[in-house]
Design a protein around this ligand. Structure first.
Ligand code: ZN
Length: 386
């Protein structure tokens, strides 16, 4: 079958393909054509005056956190089945918003692996999930309550092996402290260079990517030196404020270390630290992610709102769209299958009313979502956003 829209953003190119038909077979894109070129015997679903985009990729989410006024309180007291049910609701909300791939970076009890399996059984019921399991953190460290505690070089190596044995898709490490854990200091390192190197070596030996939560400048530098594939936050905090290191930016750019920038919790806090521009100018690949679940203002369908936010803060609109499609997919190791509308890619599509290359806020005007080529049932049409 074919899916037609007046405009198509392919996840990479700066301008639209007009009058575009995406030909889909068995969940994959087999061709992208204009209507004039499409074979007349192909059934075409014409969505009319919409923009087709690749389904969005959220590279940093927390399905087990409920975006309530007390996510940490809830995750530390709730039964597994309750948490799992809320994870299911979170993935449904994400899919309705056009988020067709979710990388979960903070699980409890490997619940997201159960969910990943459920969704694999029927892809049209949820996004494709990549899961890290409980983030690896030292005793008493950031998000220790999620259960991924590991200390010392042998301890962290074992933790990586245990995660791999459970079937995770990647390894997530709490390199520095974080904001939602009482007693944790965001700019302080939780692991030293030797432990970080042990984690990266072990993960890579097992074929897994590794990304590190790091607010502290030292932690970012140590994680990059250790061979991490990605850095979450990368706010470069120190005891005396933010300290950027242009030389480190150059290393990250040369090595292709992805920086995942979670959107601000509220639009009024949208100004990103000035270093983000410098990082970008140096060529560091930057993705925009949600960190969904950690606060009330970040429900699991919040990512599209963040795209407009980042576009108001120094990204071109096309860069902002790429940061949640092709670049985000590459950061997840899915660059050959997600984040683009092109032959051979998964038929995960978002159709929105309006013109997101001119106004990324239009990403929220969802007209249709397709997952693995199947249309998603949506309870109400446009404007379902909170
Ligand atoms: Zn997070």
């Amino acid at each position: 079958m074919g899916i037609r829209g007046d405009r198509l953003f392919d996840g990479v190119t700066d301008h639209y393909l007009a009058d575009a038909v995406v030909l889909v077979d068995q969940g994959a894109i087999v061709a992208v054509e204009t209507l004039a070129d499409a074979r007349s015997d192909v059934e075409v679903v014409d969505l009319g005056d919409v923009t087709l985009l690749p389904g969005l990729v959220d590279s940093h989410s927390h399905l087990v956190l409920d975006a309530s006024d007390d996510p940490v309180g809830h995750i530390t007291t709730s039964q597994d089945e309750v948490v799992l049910e809320q994870c299911r609701a979170a993935t449904r909300a994400a899919l309705q918003a056009g988020i067709t791939t979710v990388r979960d970076l903070g699980d409890r009890g490997y619940l997201t692996l159960r969910l990943r399996e459920e969704l694999q059984g029927d892809p049209s019921t949820g996004p494709e999930l990549l899961v890290a399991g409980p983030p690896i953190t030292p005793s008493g460290g950031h998000c220790w309550f999620l259960g991924g505690v590991a200390d010392g070089i042998d301890g962290v190596r074992q933790a990586v092996r245990d995660h791999a044995a459970r079937g995770v898709d990647l390894i997530k490490v709490m390199v520095t402290g974080g904001e939602i854990t009482p007693g944790s200091v965001p700019y302080l390192s939780q692991y030293g260079p030797d432990e970080l190197r042990a984690i990266a070596e072990q993960a890579h030996a097992l074929g897994l990517r590794v990304t590190g939560h790091a607010h502290g400048a030292q932690g970012v530098a140590d994680a990059v030196a250790a061979g991490f594939d990605g850095i979450e936050h990368a706010t470069f905090m120190t005891a005396d404020g933010v300290r950027h290191d242009p030389d480190l930016f150059n290393v990250m750019a040369a090595r292709g270390v992805f920086v995942s920038v979670p959107i601000a919790s509220t639009d009024t806090l949208a100004a990103p630290p000035p270093g983000r521009q410098t990082m970008r100018a140096a060529g560091v690949p930057i993705t925009v992610s949600s960190d969904a679940g950690i606060v009330e203002t970040k429900p699991h369908d919040v990512l599209p709102r963040g795209v407009a936010q980042i576009a108001r803060n120094g990204f071109s609109n096309a860069d902002a769209l790429r940061s949640v499609t092709s670049v985000a997919a590459e950061s997840c190791g899915l660059g050959d299958r997600k984040g683009r509308i092109a032959r051979g890619y998964d038929a995960d599509l978002l159709a929105v009313r309006g013109d997101p290359l001119s106004d990324p806020a239009d990403l929220r005007n969802v007209a249709a979502v397709f997952r693995a080529g199947k249309p998603i049932r949506r309870p109400d049409a446009v404007g379902a956003h909170r």
